[in-house]
Design a protein around this ligand. Structure first.
Ligand code: V1S
Ligand code: CA
Ligand code: ZN
Length: 406
């Protein structure tokens, strides 16, 4: 009765652990893990779990995270909490990683760009270690599913944290699950293409593979000299001329598509399909990682693009048509209801399903799925009429949001 069918000819796996939902970065922080609750409930509400193998993720191990990150940084992340932060900062092993103070800094930065000051990009919050190692564990499980030929497409909406560096957190990202995944893939696949449709530049992934010709990174992002307030759009890198580390074998294996604000569906589709198409032809990847940051949608709280969910999803469909092993990850996305709609729609695309505009509400309220603590900021975001949505009408989403927020 749910009308959802298993895809013919390919297998999709979905990797997730609901424990990531309980996390709060802070009152004013735009990153709301609660958007993942909403996504999960839409996915279940439509019955998309009947079309995939669903796996409960387990935490990544410290040793796995050390494959890319600095060992001191990994120990810090594993031990840090609002209670332990001050003590850890005193430890000389970690103190050496504290950045020098700038006069314009509005927040006090501790080691590795972490901070307990309100308003910090990378705050230390309760349950943070659990959260970090879980989203990483989900990405690594999804990766293994692909590299062992058990899935053709693997999905982790809680992953895709593209800004994290080897020994530094940045832009809401602490562990770079994408880099760890690609490192695992390189054991099996000759070449991996990384595509990033988050509105921000995928700088952490690009930097990690700047000398690696077996990985091509391709990011589409908002970029320009200055925005309205005289600041650069975060993180300020990703110019067209940025093509990988010059003078190394990695040169020309990074591609950047800098885009001004307000880009619409037609313009984005043209750019995405022509550049991605050419990149695939030239590079001939053996597998693809697609970071689907939903902050490139119109009406996003931080983003400045004007994409509809349909056009965002067309990027997924375009990449899927290559029939290469595909890892689909989340990333940014700050207007929670639209993030959930987009990622649910894209889960449907991955499994060859077309969703009706109405959620079959009788399958939705599985009582046990609604247990637990109330999450989110309790705020109902306005809807954006210029968004054409394929995953449910406002009325149904409203119903679901209320159920979840009670
Ligand atoms: N844009 C933006 C933005 N907003 C915030 C922010 C706002 C309120 C808070 F309480 C805390 C942070 N930070 C930023 C950006 C970072 C954007 C990260 C995007 C991440 C992703 O979607 O690509 C992937 C998940 N940070 C800045 O603009 C830096 C500052 C320049 C301004 C903010 N202060 C806190 C640090 C310096
Ligand atoms: Ca991007
Ligand atoms: Zn982003």
């Amino acid at each position: 009765e749910h009308g959802i069918t298993k895809p013919r000819g390919h297998k999709v796996s979905f990797h997730y652990n609901s424990r990531v939902e309980d996390m709060h970065f802070g009152k004013t922080h735009p990153m709301k893990p609660w958007r993942l609750t909403l996504t999960k409930h839409l996915v279940l509400g439509y019955g998309l779990h009947y079309a995939m193998d669903t796996y409960e993720a387990v935490s990544a191990g410290k040793d796995q995270v050390r494959a890319f990150h600095d060992p001191d940084y990994v120990d810090f992340l594993a031990e840090v909490s609002p209670q332990t932060f001050a003590g850890l900062c005193e430890n000389p092993r970690f103190a050496q990683h504290t950045p020098p103070k700038h006069e314009h800094d509005t927040v006090d930065l501790g080691p590795f760009n972490l901070s307990t000051s309100p308003g910090a990009d990378c705050p230390v919050f309760d349950g943070m270690s659990t959260y970090l190692f879980l989203y990483t564990g989900a990405t690594l499980a999804a990766t293994q599913q692909l590299t062992t030929n058990q899935s053709d497409i693997a999905i982790n909406w809680s992953g895709g944290l593209h800004h994290a560096h080897r020994a530094e957190a940045s832009g809401f990202c602490y562990i770079n699950d994408i880099v760890l995944s690609i490192l695992d893939m390189l054991r099996v696949y000759p070449r991996v293409l990384y595509i990033d449709i988050d509105v921000h530049h995928g700088d952490g992934v690009e930097e990690a593979f700047q000398r690696q010709p077996r990985v091509m990174t391709l990011s589409y992002h908002r970029y320009g000299p200055y925005d309205e307030t005289g600041h650069k759009f975060f993180p300020g890198s990703g110019d067209l001329s940025d093509v990988g580390l010059r003078g190394t074998v990695g040169e020309h294996f990074a591609l950047n598509v800098p885009i001004p604000s307000g880009i619409d569906d037609r313009q984005y589709r043209f750019l995405f399909e022509s550049v991605t198409g050419r990149a695939i032809e030239a590079f001939k990847p053996s597998a693809i990682v697609l970071q689907c940051g939903a902050d490139s949608l119109g009406g996003d709280r931080l983003g400045q693009f004007n994409l509809n969910i349909k056009a965002h999803g067309e990027c997924v469909s375009f990449v899927k048509r290559t029939r290469l092993p595909l890892l689909i990850l989340g990333g940014g996305g700050y207007t929670a209801r639209n993030v959930a709609r987009a990622w649910c729609h894209e889960t449907a695309l991955a499994t060859d399903n077309t969703l009706p505009d109405s959620i079959p509400l009788d399958i939705v309220p599985r009582p046990e799925a609604f247990q637990g603590k109330p999450n989110g900021d309790g705020k109902l975001y306005p809807s954006f009429p210029r968004l054409h949505n394929n995953a449910c009408k406002d009325a149904e989403l409203e119903y679901m949001v209320k159920k979840l927020e009670w």
